[in-house]
Design a protein around this ligand. Structure first.
Ligand SMILES: *[C@@H]1O[C@H](CO)[C@@H](O)[C@H](O)[C@H]1NC(C)=O
Ligand SMILES: *[C@@H]1O[C@H](CO)[C@@H](O)[C@H](O)[C@H]1NC(C)=O
Ligand SMILES: *[C@@H]1O[C@H](CO)[C@@H](O)[C@H](O)[C@H]1NC(C)=O
Ligand SMILES: *[C@@H]1O[C@H](CO)[C@@H](O)[C@H](O)[C@H]1NC(C)=O
Length: 959
């Protein structure tokens, strides 16, 4: 009864105060309304003089005093500004303007709201700084300014908010260092300033924030070692620090110090050392991301102990040793029944893919082991993983077939096994996976036809990307290809398909289609001209015939590629096809070849005549080293002809690893040193000069750089017939030459690498080669020009680090055996160098470091386009360089090496930008005029910064 009376009275009181509601609140709110964008004022239509403010939308009032205590206009999408009159709502406790489009600045009058406890202005467009007056409001419990455009520094005044529990300044433009006054916020449970531009270290005073549960500071420019102070915050549940510059190792007892973590995210930093196995003691852990760091060692199997683990990201580190135990953790992970995502791609994992992966969690959605050296085969029962949506296994050493049980994975959207050694037929059952969007099967040995199975591809209505390039597929293309209406990218190149292109007139969404290097025939379908989204159509190297359309997409020779089809005619002029209905002049092709080879010989002669000396004269005269040969290198003695003969099985062809203009290279095992080496036997003609030759080798031996092939010693003597014999003994490079990797099809099977080089690997190699040239040009006491830089002189060691070989060799040979040198140059080996030698050399110009810059530029263009400068498609004014120059930047993907694109296209990071920037470096190095070419120091800097930008972009795209 008493209670009833009380309610009655208070109702009466509120009626009473109706008329005299506080005018200042009303005026302040009306001012607020007047500042929001007009088209949204309709949402505030209740804000008018005919009703009291306490009844207005979004307004809350105190029950007794009827003053405005809360204003909640979240999600109204209002534009305009925040009126400074809001500072007059002096009873305000909670202000929520989240998720609007408010611009301008945060009015400093907010500082007058001394009762304010909750402030949420997240998701707006507010600029300027955070007004220091805000930190007068000592009752504040919560400040959320996430996702605005707030700039300037982190205000140090905030140290006065000792009650503050939650502070979110994330996703703004805050710069500068973190203030030590943060240490005063001892009530904080949540602190976020991720996605800003803050720099410096995490201050030690953070140690005082012992209540902290959430600590987010990802994506800034913060640096230092992993902040030791964090180990004190044992209540932490969420720690997100990815995308900074943190370095150093993690403590082995990491997991014991932070036992309450649920989310731990440290990706994209510079962390080194091992993954702490004690992480597995964090039984609450659900999300663990350490991708894109420099972590080494094994992935500990102990993760299997974490019962609720859902996501695990270790991609892009240096984990594993290419050895059998590297993937053991996968066996134990079957205990993690909640696991949804597993990404260990881009590491150094070896060993056979365990069959037990089929027992991984039924919840598994993403499985990514791309770009490792994992062998074995995909287990037959892979169809058990019924939750799988993405299965990425490309760029490994996998063998065997695609198991038919994939057909059970009805939710699978992406299947990528490109660049492995897989074989067999593409199973019929893939046609069951109707959700499939991406199918990457290129660069394997899949054989026979697509037909019986791909008849089903017609059912794959969602298939957007089908890549089967570079396999051994044959037969007709399936007619039902035309039913994959979502198709955007189709790559069939490098197989043996024959017959005509089936009716694909329905694939109007197609952007890129590559039919090149097959045996396809018939006429080119006219309707392709009308595919409005088509950016790339490659029909080269087939047997297409007849008239080439001249309309639509066929007007543009940069979209359409038709090389190597003998019987095509017509088309637009730029395609340079023969006209239709006229007889081509007889023997025209032969004449061209003769003309060209005469041209090349002339060029060669000019080149030889101009090679005076590759060693640029030093300012001070060099002392000829009089040391005896026995001081060379790690070898205590020079090696005899007999030793080398034994070490190479009598120079047997089974040990032959290459031959070039200067000699023949054998692999040799030297039992005395227990070492595999490469022996380059020089084909020198002239006798004598033995001692000077050794001195020369000695001087070359003092030139050291980690990306130069190390010259170990030399052999100088006579063979068993008494002929003079000279050989240089180098470190052995197990991964052959860049040339073999770039042009695998030209080499015998035993020399062929197991896969292709990725974009990042190519970028690394380019940086390494450039840094050697920088060293030779600028850091030696004499400036040295290499003079014969080309892919076959770039060798790769077991982790694909580049080592430049044959530097200075031109000099030795010139000096001591000019005749032999010229003989060697004119032998078959020189063909490579023709494309790489700077144009001024052919005109009698002096040898200079600029000549190396030119060769380097061409090397880059080759590495990223996959085309040799001497490819037969080039001739006249159309060169590798001119082709690439005219394609940049819009058509960069057309000139880029297909094999680089496969990985990139799916992730969606800006491959095109990266390629454009790299190719531009190549162009600037290979300028016609020597003086205009980039210097090597600049090149190194530029390439490193391209690589860094690329890494950042990759990370963002992967989120
Ligand atoms: C503000 O409103 C949104 C909903 O519109 C809510 O999610 C958020 O928690 C509120 N903020 C505060 C500080 O109460
Ligand atoms: C932080 O606290 C210390 C004392 O604990 C005090 O002297 C200092 O003024 C405070 N800093 C701020 C910015 O309030
Ligand atoms: C996985 O689970 C099995 C059975 O529950 C258990 O015997 C084994 O020790 C677990 N493995 C790990 C690494 O925790
Ligand atoms: C594919 O689907 C058909 C029926 O649509 C079914 O009979 C067959 O078993 C499925 N194949 C696999 C491998 O799941």
């Amino acid at each position: 009864m008493k209670l009833f009376l009380f309610l009655y009275l208070s109702a009466l009181m509120s009626l009473e105060s109706f008329g005299n509601s506080h005018e200042s609140d009303k005026q302040a709110l009306l001012k607020f309304k007047s500042q929001v964008s007009e088209e949204k004022q309709v949402l505030l239509s209740s804000w008018n003089n005919s009703s009291p403010p306490c009844r207005w939308t979004g307004v809350t009032c105190g029950r007794k005093h009827k003053r405005v205590t809360g204003l909640d206009l979240g999600g109204f999408k209002m534009g305009g500004m925040i009126s400074p009159f809001i500072g007059n709502l002096s009873f305000l406790i909670s202000l929520n303007l989240t998720d609007n489009s408010l611009g301008g600045t945060i009015p400093q009058e907010l500082g007058k709201l001394f009762r304010l406890e909750h402030l949420d202005i997240s998701f707006n467009f507010l600029g300027g700084g955070i007004p220091p007056s805000l930190f007068n409001n000592s009752r504040l419990l919560e400040i959320d300014l996430y996702s605005n455009h707030l700039g300037q520094g982190f205000p140090s005044e905030l140290g006065s908010l000792s009650k503050l529990v939650y502070l979110d300044l994330g996703q703004n433009n805050l710069k500068g260092k973190l203030p030590v006054s943060l240490g005063n916020l001892t009530s904080l449970r949540g602190l976020s300033f991720g996605e800003n531009k803050l720099e410096g270290e995490i201050p030690d005073v953070i140690a005082r924030l012992t209540q902290m549960e959430i600590f987010l500071f990802d994506t800034n420019h913060l640096s230092g070692v992993f902040p030791p102070v964090i180990y004190n915050l044992s209540s932490l549940q969420y720690l997100t620090m990815g995308g900074n510059y943190f370095s150093g190792n993690l403590r082995p007892d990491f997991g014991n110090l932070l036992p309450n973590l649920r989310d731990l995210s440290m990706g994209d930093n510079f962390l080194t050392g091992a993954i702490p196995s004690a992480l597995a003691n964090i039984s609450t852990l659900q999300y663990l991301a350490m991708e894109i760091n420099s972590l080494t060692g094994r992935i500990p199997p102990s993760f299997a102990k974490i019962p609720y683990l859902q996501e695990l990201y270790f991609n892009e580190n240096s984990l594993g040793n290419f050895s059998a135990g590297d993937v053991e953790f996968l066996i134990d992970l079957t205990n993690c029944t909640q696991l949804q995502s597993l990404d260990v791609s881009w590491n150094r994992l070896g060993g056979d893919l365990p069959a037990s992966i089929v027992n991984l969690s039924m919840n598994l959605i993403v499985f990514d082991i791309e770009n490792n050296s994992i062998s074995g085969s995909i287990p037959n029962d892979i169809g058990n993983l019924i939750g799988l949506q993405e299965f990425w296994l490309s760029e490994n050493l996998l063998e065997g077939p695609i198991p038919a049980s994939f057909g059970k994975l009805s939710g699978l959207m992406a299947l990528s096994v490109h660049t492995n050694r897989m074989s067999g037929e593409i199973p019929y059952s893939l046609g069951n996976i109707t959700r499939l969007e991406t199918l990457f099967l290129s660069n394997n040995n899949f054989a026979r036809i697509i037909p019986p199975s791909l008849e089903d591809v017609g059912r794959l209505e969602n298939l957007g990307e089908l890549y089967v390039a570079h396999n051994k597929l044959s037969g007709n293309l399936p007619k039902t290809l035309g039913k994959c209406l979502s198709m955007e990218k189709l790559d069939l190149q490098g197989n043996s398909f024959d017959g005509v292109i089936p009716d694909i007139s329905g694939l109007v969404g197609i952007k890129a289609a590559d039919f090149s290097s097959n045996n396809l025939s018939g006429r080119i379908p006219e309707y392709l001209a009308n595919f409005s989204l088509l950016e790339y159509l490659n029909l080269s190297f087939n047997n297409f015939e007849g008239n080439v359309p001249t309309e639509g997409k066929f007007k543009n020779a940069t979209v359409v590629s038709l090389f190597g089809n003998q019987n095509l005619c017509g088309g637009v002029l730029e395609l340079r096809l023969k006209p239709c209905f006229t007889q081509p002049p007889r023997n025209s092709r032969k004449q061209l070849v003769i003309g060209l080879s005469i041209g090349i010989s002339l060029l060669l002669l000019l080149f030889i005549a101009s090679v005076s000396v590759c060693w640029l004269k030093s300012r001070k005269k060099k002392n000829v080293n009089e040391a005896t040969p026995s001081t060379l290198g790690v070898f205590h003695e020079m090696i005899s002809y007999g030793d080398l003969r034994n070490a190479t099985d009598g120079f047997s062809s089974s040990n032959l690893i290459g031959s070039g203009s200067f000699g023949t290279v054998f692999k040799a095992f030297l039992p005395a040193e227990n070492k595999v080496v490469a022996v380059k036997v020089l084909n020198m003609q002239r006798r004598g000069a033995m001692r000077s030759f050794m001195a020369e080798c000695e001087s070359l031996k003092h030139i050291r750089h980690r990306n130069l092939v190390k010259l170990l010693t030399a052999c100088l003597g006579t063979d068993f017939q008494g002929n003079e014999f000279k050989a240089l003994i180098y470190e052995y490079m197990p991964n052959g030459s860049l040339d073999m990797w770039m042009h695998q099809e030209e080499f015998e099977e035993i020399f062929r690498p197991s896969r292709t080089l990725t974009l990042l690997e190519r970028l690394n190699i380019a940086i390494e080669v450039a840094s050697v040239l920088e060293y030779l040009h600028l850091s030696c006491h004499e400036s040295i020009a290499h003079c014969d830089l080309k892919p076959s002189n770039v060798l790769l060691d077991d982790d694909l680090t580049a080592h430049v070989s044959d530097f200075g060799l031109a000099r030795i040979l010139l000096k001591y055996d000019e005749e032999g040198f010229i003989n060697q140059l004119s032998s078959a080996g020189i063909r490579g160098s023709i494309g790489y030698a700077a144009p001024e050399y052919a005109m009698g110009g002096d040898i200079s470091v600029h000549g190396d810059a030119y060769s380097f530029g061409i090397l880059i263009l080759e590495m990223f386009s996959g085309k040799r400068p001497t490819d037969e498609m080039f001739g006249g004014d159309f060169t590798l360089r001119s082709g690439i120059r005219s394609a940049l930047p819009e058509q960069v993907l057309d000139v880029a090496d297909e094999l680089v694109l496969q990985d990139g296209l799916r992730i969606g990071f800006p491959v095109a930008d990266c390629l454009t920037q790299v190719l531009q470096v190549g162009l600037r190095c290979s300028e016609e005029s020597p003086a205009n070419r980039l210097g090597m120091r600049e090149v190194v800097k530029e390439l490193i910064s391209i690589k860094e930008r690329f890494f950042r972009a990759r990370r963002r795209a992967r989120r």
